[in-house]
Design a protein around this ligand. Structure first.
Ligand code: GDP
Length: 190
């Protein structure tokens, strides 16, 4: 739909979900898989838009926002101005935000910046779900253990984490259903 550098420049919505994660976690690949398109999230990586909130329409007046990938020290909770300030302003100020999908690389688990973000989301009592990416990169024989370890490192149980593979189409349908559920539930004022 549009890109914005501030929460008050985003379009009106009934309910919104946000995608956030460090650069290279697989966010663009996941957005493309969810949309069933090859190059939708390419727009988010276009120079000039990498620092913006990129807004997509989900249907029924609901929206998804792709937050710029974080890296180095720039993550909400770690810095108070510039890039992180913009994301913080969005996450704290968007009243229609019903769910934050916090991406963690399933192959390597949460990094220090990922856990900083999760602690910050908890401290502000924001609704979030951890999405573990690149399911296909974890050997089948190690998956159960990895699922437990990744969840634990995020302060969660294995059942709380949604595993996906954009490359092998794992968990995409389920995540689509969950997003629909979150948006619809919020819309009913539940
Ligand atoms: P972003 O920076 O978070 O948008 O990450 P990208 O979607 O650009 O992905 C970063 C790298 O991880 C690319 O080389 C992708 O091909 C790879 N990648 C993303 N998702 C998957 C996945 O589900 N499986 C595998 N094996 N690789 C993936």
């Amino acid at each position: 739909m549009t890109s914005a550098d501030r929460v008050d420049r985003l379009p009106a919505t009934r309910a919104e979900v946000a995608f956030i994660g460090r650069s290279n976690v697989g966010k663009s690949s996941l957005l493309n898989a969810l949309a069933g398109r090859k190059n939708l999230a390419h727009v988010s990586k276009t120079p000039g838009r990498t620092q913006l909130l990129n807004c997509f329409e989900l249907g029924d007046g609901t929206t998804a926002v792709d937050c710029p990938g974080y890296g180095y020290a720039a993550v909400p909770g770690a810095v108070k101005d510039g890039w992180a300030g913009m994301i913080e302003g969005y996450l704290l100020g968007r009243s229609e935000l019903v769910m934050i999908l916090a991406l963690v690389d399933g192959e390597i688990g949460p990094t220090a910046l990922d856990t900083t973000l999760l602690e910050w989301l908890r401290a502000h009592e924001l609704p979030f779900t951890v999405i573990a990416s690149k399911h296909d990169k974890v050997k089948a024989s190690k998956r159960d253990r990895r699922k437990r370890e990744l969840a634990e490192a995020c302060g969660l149980t294995a059942a709380d984490v949604v595993w996906v593979s954009a490359a092998k189409d794992v968990g995409i349908h389920r995540l689509r259903d969950l997003i629909r559920h979150w948006a619809v539930t919020a819309d009913r004022g539940a």
